[in-house]
Ligand binder design. Structure first.
Ligand code: XMP
Length: 323
């Protein structure tokens, strides 16, 4: 008999038993999954948990601040923030292949973690033996984790882990679907802002730039993404759509005209989807006036973008993310 109360009780008990008097660290990604996983573990072991937020420079506008302020306020969790933007950009320089990007981001992520872990271990206290991850059931299935399903993409929180991983994993959401995770988060007292947040991939904007990831392109995509999110929220559509990746086709250019001049800029793709669990999805039939507003604002306000296109592909055959 599945209830959120049961799930929480069961997990809290299991986590306490597993961790004992040791300590755990948890990476916060800014998304609902890691937030709920962390809150659950925090409930179980309190100050034996330290959260680490790796700012890999691939976050959307305002996300770092949201983790630092809102999540900490809601949970009272111990948080260590690591600014690793330069390191990630260096590692990603010249890389265009999606799987390569995912592997690099996953690898660097773990390395930064190990550094943070070393620093936390150096503090007084019991051994840090555990790493908390917000892996969901669909992640497990799509990565072929014990189900025999073919690997579709290497989700960095499942398949991208390096061999030399030193932690034991705690994955309290491994049996849950997204809607169940939201219910658990709500039950744990997390604010709506976090619980109702739309999913965002671990590799962040790094897999929403088709082409090489650079600081300049990231800044450009952050602006376009912020506009799309702002307008979707203003139109009251946040709960109607599952998520809306905004993608920069950095390797594509098209001709446009702005003011008196010809432009040769990049297209931005809007990928609004509706879904129950991200395993399948349909493209969202957004109102034309909302699409028009987003398009006008992005082409007016974001330098080097002269075209906005809409992705009208369901999943399957298209995945939600472009990479
Ligand atoms: P796809 O693109 O496979 O995405 O249809 C399904 C859902 O998973 C998210 N996603 C990820 N989440 N790490 C994550 O934590 C990842 O590497 C990753 N790749 C995709 C995606 O945003 C969608 O919600």
């Amino acid at each position: 008999n599945w209830t959120t109360g049961n799930v929480i009780e069961e997990q809290v008990e299991a986590i306490r038993e597993l961790v004992g008097d040791k300590r755990a660290i948890c990476g916060l990604s800014g998304g609902v999954d890691s937030a709920v996983a962390a809150a659950l573990v925090q409930k179980a072991i309190g100050s034996q948990l330290t959260c680490v937020y790796v700012d890999h420079g691939l976050m959307r506008k305002g996300e770092t601040e949201q983790v630092e302020k809102d999540f900490v306020a809601a949970t009272g969790v111990q948080l260590k923030v690591v600014d690793a933007e330069e390191r990630f950009l260096k590692a990603l320089a010249g890389v265009t292949d999606p799987e390569e990007k995912r592997k690099i981001i996953g690898r660097e992520f773990i390395r930064v973690f190990e550094q943070a872990q070393a620093e936390i271990i150096a503090d007084e206290g019991p051994a840090v033996e555990f790493l908390v991850q917000g892996t969901l059931y669909p992640d497990v299935v799509e990565s072929g984790g014990g189900t025999g399903t073919a690997n579709i993409k290497s989700h960095h929180n499942v398949g991208g882990l390096p061999e030399d991983l030193e932690f034991k994993l705690i994955e309290p959401l491994r049996k849950l679907f997204k809607d169940e995770v939201r219910m658990v988060g709500q039950e744990l007292g997390l604010p709506d802002e976090i619980v109702q947040r739309q999913p965002f991939p671990g590799p962040g904007l790094g897999i929403r730039i088709v082409g090489e990831v650079t600081k300049e392109r990231l800044d450009l995509l952050r602006e376009a993404d912020a506009i799309a999110r702002e307008e979707l929220t203003a139109a009251g559509l946040d709960r109607d759509i599952w998520q809306c990746p905004v993608v920069l086709l950095a390797d594509v250019r098209s001709v446009g005209v702005q003011g008196d001049g010809r432009t040769y800029g990049h297209p931005i793709v809007l990928r609004p989807v509706s879904s129950e669990d991200a395993m399948t999805a349909d493209w969202s039939r957004l109102p034309y006036d909302v699409l028009a507003k987003i398009s006008t604002r992005i082409t007016n306000e974001v330098r080097d973008v002269n075209r906005v296109v809409l992705d009208v592909t369901s999943k399957p055959p298209g995945t939600i993310e472009w990479e």
